[in-house]
Design a protein around this ligand. Sequence first.
Ligand code: ZN
Length: 296
Amino acid sequence: MSKSTNRHGTIVAAFGRHYEIELADGSLATGYPKGKKSPFAVGDEVELTVDGQITGHGPRRSLLYRSDAYRQKLIAANATQLLLVVATDPSFSDMLLSRALVAAEHEGLTTTIVLNKCDLTSALPAARKLLAPFIALGCRVVELSARFDPSPLLPLLAGESSVLVGQSGMGKSTLTNALVPGAAAPTRELSTALDSGKHTTTYARLYRLPNDTCPGGTLIDSPGLQEFGLKHLTAQEIEFGFAEFRPFLGQCRFRDCQHLAEPGCAIKEAMAAGTIHPRRLDHFRQFTSESRHGSH
Ligand code: ZN
């Protein structure tokens, strides 16, 4: 942090390579990275020149991101909590939940699953069934209907920096609008396909939550996603992301057991005993297979 002409602030919105930065005095500035590839994310504490060039970011307590074979996508910096938004209808991918959980565990974030659209009661049993493996491993699930009453989530947001992640159509923007009065987050999950302009409607934004309901809380709304690549993680890091596997790690007959067809596998025995859910072992095998073969 050098020249006195430089300014400091927090990135509160990311539009591709352009950023909106809230300066220390509360005013907003526009910033951009020097190079073609940006290392910055919403939530970052940054320094920028008077011209708006971002010259660096401060230490991060976390960096949530996903990656495939070709590139990385930064989702949020300095978050403390991941809110995984799913809905009763349309249905959601439980494998995507497992992927996001692994990424969150790797960054030390606590995870809460938000089951939205619970007013659609006919779809509720199927959604709960899909969530059962996650409830079994100790993941917190909050059921609500963002359109009508987001209050079940409020006690979990005070003092936390929460990042909303979910597939398109799960109602993230509706939830944001319900939690942040005046946010007017566009329901872009639905409108993206219709968006013809170059000024993309999919962007991440940080909101400060109301002091009377969530003192000290911030919320980062991220674009809807259909993929959550874990290319940046090793097989060991993926294994670490399956919290319910941990008591059994190191107990397989073979030290390099991949929990596939090997005899004496403690993970498979735990599954047979009902301690590990078969869906979760499926997910684990899928992720480590991708990690080994460099696919996805
Ligand atoms: Zn094993």
